[in-house]
Design a protein around this ligand. Structure first.
Ligand code: DGJ
Length: 728
């Protein structure tokens, strides 16, 4: 059947391809791209194309013969789910030990279906079976046509006479063909999240992985980019973005194979995790997502933003609350009186919500520092004699909503929870405990612990129905992985994550839209599986605005601005204007002592909050364009434009404070309508200063995009925020 016919049938709804066909093509198509799989006469399935789609779909089948590469020796090198133990010689995607102890697997195509789930989404399901063992794998491809994103996962099942051990169980296998491959990957640590490295891949396997269990991204997140032929720039080049939707251990193998193709195998990390699969039990892997652009990194990131807001991030098209947080203002040192004063500060500032951070709980072991009390979620009677309810009421009396911090997955050994339920704690029974920030992790694989964690959140809402926000923290990694509940310790890491998702599922079933921030001792945990339950994430405890420009920049490739919680704090040496402007580039919050602000600084913040109300819609829902890179220039410049191309906002910063540095050249805008005329006006002016920008002049979109505009950034104007509006 020609690819064209397949497309026609697809449009009609459902397609079931006959197993008897000689060669079958399976296209996974989006607006601009396609992934084409092909079944050969031996029923082996191959990835034959991934990239910008061809106009004539019939030509996909001509692709393989255009390559005169060395032999692949196995006929499996471009398999989307490479089995091991038969004739495969490369990194496998799936490795099993059958019920009879045999380690070999072969996966042959049986049939596939493509179902239109909506006018945007198509789900393709390909069934592969072992010809010898009663063992099967379904490959799923969920394509989001408009957004150019594909999610890919697998489901594994068998009917053997006994259990099968899954030694490796990837979500996805892809193959790219190019002259060379350039990987942009990320590494980090506390307060140093999302540090990029970009380099050409050499032959062999490069693995991106984590084994930390919780806050899995502390050293390395699963997000990455692969540029083909040469490093893609913002507006040019072929680039694929990938990420695993899993908040636990992941593993992504990038194998430059003997034929010079790049194989990508992504999934849960099988480290310490061989999985025992009973007959008829289904093992579903998490989704791996990818998007491809032949117009550089900017387009790829906008595709991902659109997809996230439309389909993944909780309430992605909704609104968000500005807030005042007390963490850095008080740390653990507060009481009801102090908090009451902060509520009126929040009101003074003009934000929507007050967020009470760590330290409000624990009585036998009061949470007055990070060494005690975690797990005992009862209000500390000394600090809060009238409980959280009185705080909610008092905040609301000040016309601000109230939110609260939790770290429900963790426990201090010095806590009543630990004393009552030592078996709920992850630790090796025969080994000494080892702590991360003086705490241990609860065993979320245990249903009793899942109930406990759900109840923490549930009872807060039952007692305080108008509670408006949760900050969900997670500071510890998992040491000494062992569950007193689980029979099979090899399932430990997987059951932890399943437990976490079950809890979050239950919370969201009862409280579908209450905003929750995904925090992890900074940014140790953000991925698109978690973001289905959270409205925003905390990128880092490092809020030095200069650092944040760089960090937020890298996060912005993968996550839309609406999901990034940015707070103004006392980190860094920059003035309040600079700090506030940087925080405005996502979801604005404050974590400062408002009462200690100089009069002009306070006035500045109040005005900035008002300006933010007028531009936040563009920042949250607009298209994001990186105009001038902080790593390549002395000026960082980021533009957000609304869908109608009538309004935008540009943030410009001096990131190199050397003599006479500044915006010497105009910065070219993007994403405007060349035929429209625009005015450019500076906002967020510090009290007593005037703008050097002439707000009365108008420029065509063509001029602004071809010639550019100079924001006049210099050592005296280190932060400049401009609003672009269509001239009426
Ligand atoms: C780590 C978080 O990243 C901080 O914002 C703060 O909530 C502390 N934990 C509280 O312990």
């Amino acid at each position: 059947m020609s690819v064209k016919r397949i497309f026609n049938v697809l449009a009609a709804g459902l397609l079931a391809a006959p197993a008897a066909a000689q060669t079958v093509s399976i296209p996974v198509v989006t607006a601009n791209n396609s992934l084409v799989l092909q079944v050969d006469k031996n029923k082996d399935l191959h990835v034959i194309f991934l990239g910008r789609k061809l106009s004539d779909e019939n030509e996909y089948s001509l692709i393989p013969r255009m390559y005169k590469q060395s032999s692949d020796y196995t006929g499996l090198l471009n398999s989307p789910m490479t089995p091991s133990g038969s004739r495969n010689l490369a990194e496998p995607a799936v490795t099993v030990t059958h019920a009879d102890g045999n380690n070999s697997l072969d996966l042959k195509y049986v049939r596939h279906t493509s179902t239109k789930v909506s006018d945007d989404i198509t789900l393709t399901d390909i069934l592969l079976k072992d010809p010898v063992y009663d063992f099967e794998v379904h490959l799923f491809y969920k394509s989001y046509f408009r957004e150019d994103v594909v999610e890919q996962w697998s489901s594994i099942r068998h009917k053997e006479k006994g259990n099968v051990i899954l030694q490796k169980y990837a979500s996805a296998g892809l193959q790219l063909k190019a002259d060379s491959y350039w990987l942009r990957q990320y590494h980090g640590d506390w307060a140093q999240e999302m540090q990029p490295e970009e380099a050409q891949l050499t032959h062999g396997i490069k693995t991106l992985d984590t084994k930390l269990g919780t806050r899995a991204n502390l050293f390395q997140p699963s997000v990455f980019m692969i540029s083909l032929n040469k490093p893609a720039t913002e507006d040019e080049g072929n680039v694929l973005y990938g990420a695993l939707e899993w908040s636990g251990n992941f593993r992504i193998d990038l194998e430059l194979d003997p034929q010079d193709n790049l194989r990508i195998i992504a999934g849960i990390n099988n480290y310490a995790s061989p999985y025992t699969l009973q007959p008829n039990e289904e093992f579903v892997t998490p989704a791996f997502l990818f998007t491809f652009s032949d117009k550089g990194k900017g387009t790829a990131s906008r595709q991902l933003h659109n997809w996230a807001r439309e389909h993944k991030l909780l309430d992605g098209k909704g609104t968000r609350l500005t807030l005042l947080n007390n963490w850095e203002a008080t740390y653990f040192d507060f009481n009801e009186e102090k908090l009451k004063a902060l509520f009126s500060d929040a009101k003074k500032l003009g934000v929507d919500l007050f967020l009470l951070d760590d330290g409000w709980f624990g009585n036998k072991y009061p949470r007055n520092n990070d060494r005690a009390g975690l797990g005992d979620w009862q209000e500390n009677r000394k600090k809060l004699p009238n409980g959280v309810a009185a705080l909610v009421k008092e905040a609301e009396g000040n016309e601000v909503k109230f939110g609260i911090w939790l770290e429900p997955e963790m426990v201090n050994p010095k806590s009543e929870l630990y004393e009552k339920h030592p078996d709920w704690v992850i630790k090796q029974p025969k080994r000494e405990e080892y702590y991360f920030r003086n705490q241990l992790v609860l065993d979320l694989g245990n249903p009793a612990v899942q109930r406990f964690v759900f109840d923490i959140v549930d009872s807060l809402f039952i007692k305080n129905p108008s509670l408006a926000y949760i900050k969900w923290d997670c500071n510890s990694v998992i040491y000494n992985a062992y569950s007193a509940h689980l029979k099979n310790q090899s399932h430990f890491y997987i059951e932890y994550m399943r437990g976490l998702y079950k809890i979050l599922e239950k919370i969201r079933a009862k409280y579908p839209k209450v905003p929750m921030m995904l925090c992890s001792g900074g940014g140790g945990r953000v991925d698109y599986a978690a973001l289905q339950y959270f409205t925003e994430f905390w990128p880092s405890d490092n809020t030095d605005p200069l650092e944040r420009i760089f960090m937020q920049w890298e996060y912005s490739y993968f996550y839309p601005a609406i999901s990034s919680s940015n707070h103004v704090t006392d980190w860094g040496k920059q003035p309040i204007k600079f700090r506030t402007d940087v925080a405005m580039m996502g979801k604005l919050g404050f974590d400062i002592v408002v009462s200690r602000l100089e009069e002009k600084d306070l006035l500045y913040c109040q005005e900035a909050v008002k300006h933010y109300q007028s531009v936040k819609g563009i920042i949250w829902q607009g298209d994001q364009y990186r105009l001038s890179h902080p790593r390549e220039s002395s000026v960082a410049s980021m533009l957000y434009v609304n869908a109608e191309k009538t309004s935008g906002v540009i943030f410009n910063y001096l990131v190199n404070n050397r003599y006479k540095e500044g915006s010497k050249l105009p910065i070219r805008l993007k994403g405007l309508d060349a035929g429209k005329k625009y005015t450019i006006r500076e906002i967020n002016l510090y009290p007593g200063t005037t703008s050097t920008i002439d707000a009365n002049k108008s420029y065509t979109g063509e001029f602004l995009m071809k010639i550019g505009f100079n924001p006049d950034v210099n050592t005296k104007r280190t932060s400049v925020v401009l609003v672009v509006n269509e001239a009426k």
